[in-house]
Structures are given as C-alpha cells and as structure tokens.
Design a protein around this ligand. Sequence first.
Ligand SMILES: [Zn+2]
Length: 324
Amino acid sequence: MTHLGRRLRQRNGALILYGHRVSDNDEGYMQGLRPQWLDQQLSYLGRHYQFISLDTLLHCYEKRQPVPEKSVVLTFDDGFRDNLDNALPVLEKHGAPATIFVVTGALTNGDLPWSQRLGYLFQNTTRDQVHHRLTGPEPAPLATPAQRKAAYQRCKPALAAMLWQQRDQSLAELASLLDVDPPRDRMLNWTQARALQAQGIGIGAHTWSHALLASIPPAEASWEMRKSREDLREHLGIEQPSFCFPAGSTNAQLQAHAAELGFRSAFLPGRPIRMNTLANADPFSLARVGLPDAPAWQLEAELDGPFHGLRKLLGRLPADPRPA
Ligand SMILES: [Zn+2]
C-alpha cells in the first residue's frame, strides 16, 4: 500500500521538515524526538528522497531553477544544544544538511525559551500549591502531575501576550514561588553555533525571545525580528538569514514585514501543500511539515502511506502536530 502510494503521488518539489529537541525526554513539556527515531527517519528519507539544504532550495527560487525532484530539507527550531550533541552525529551519518532557527536571546543568556522554561518550573516543583496572578485568583493545587500541567497551561496565554522583559519578570516570580532554578545549559551558545556553522549547518533567525509575534504590538514584533537578525550578523557573520515565526504566529503584515526587513525567506504556516515547487510557493510562502516524535513508520505512513492519500482525497491536510 505504501509502495503503491509512493508511485501514485506527485513527488516533484521539496518537502521541508522541522523538529525541535532531539532528546529522550520531554523536559519543559516539550517532547524530544528520540535520536534513534531521527536516525530511522533519515534512513527512510534517504532511501526515497534526496537531502538538500535550505540554501540550495532558496537558490532555486532566486534563480528560477526547478526545485530538485523528491527533495527534502531538514530544519530544527529554537537552537537546543541537543541539536549539536544528538542530532549532528545522525545528520552526518546520513549526509543530511540542516538549518537551525535560533532564539538569539537564548544563545546569548542561556535561558530556555519561555514556554519551555515555564514548563520546567511546573514539572520540577515540589510545592503543593502556588498563588500568583497568572495561575488564577485562588491558590492553584500542584500535588499531581496533571495539576502541575494544568497550572502551566493556565499561565501560557497571558505570558504569550507580554513583552519579553515583563515575561521574564513573571517567570522569575514563578521560579521563586515554585522554588525551582531553570537550567541554563540546554541551549546552544554562540561558540557552539559557530561550530555547527563550520560543519555546514545553516543558522536562521527565530526572534530574540521566542515571542509569538502576532500576539504582541507590531513595533515590538518588528524589534524581535530585527534584533535576531542583528545578532546573527554580529555573532555569525550572516548577512541575510532566513526567518522562522515562533509557533507559526504570523499574519499577512508580518509575513510582508519579514521580506521588507531583508530576510531571505520565511515559512507560511497552514498551507494545504506539502511539496514546495516554483509554481506553488515562493521564499516567503514555503510550506513546512513537522517531524513526528515517533518511530519512522509513522513518518512513512504520513508521507507515503494511505493516510495522506486519504486526507488529500477528502481535501484537507493535517494541521502541524505542534507549534514550531
Ligand atoms: Zn520555536
């Protein structure tokens, strides 16, 4: 069925995949893609697709040259240190290039991106309740894992709407109340980003603070974008990075703004296409699909098995499995 599916479907164009952490745990309520699953997935992709870099793909668009048939572009968001420790050896084994979209504030100060930092606080607290304006008017119970996760989820929307200074302040208050010190060694630093660059890994911009840009005022969103671009220029000598909107939080104005600011490309979330071609996308409307945090058979079924064909028949594609 899978074999037949592969033959029946249009395979020209480039499939762009994304992941985040490559790790065996779900720290901060963000599940890691297990290194052995990434290894299996790249084995599968290497047999049926050709790996190309995002740079190669963008070159095709810029020169109006056809996108290589059945090509796949790998990307990782946020800039976790496990991308160096766990993903790079697997990428090298399979000869697969990749681009990492980094939260430049995290590389500068070591902090986890805010939503994962928040998750870490609630995952690791030993307090049995917390009383803070973000968790509601009454003290929130924290005795069980389900209660801790619920409290984490209650805090997220308010934090998402804050500017980064206020958000960091609120997270510091929660860290103190919950008596947890978030780790500061989980993200790449600039020296490690340079080491990845030297290994041929592309580095792109993913804002300064992982702000959800459509949730904050446009001037602040613009600052987040420009700051991440300046940081990549200063620390890595990259003049025209690609941009990736955190959690896919964008709108038509922000999408146009990415081009105005001189970024080289930006993904457009929610597009009902999978394979990017010259005809159906441009550098600011590229479609991207999440790598499942699952064994290779799931990716195989998703890309080439009956599930995708059936969904296509029904005229709808699955939403991305989780925010970028
Ligand atoms: Zn992200």
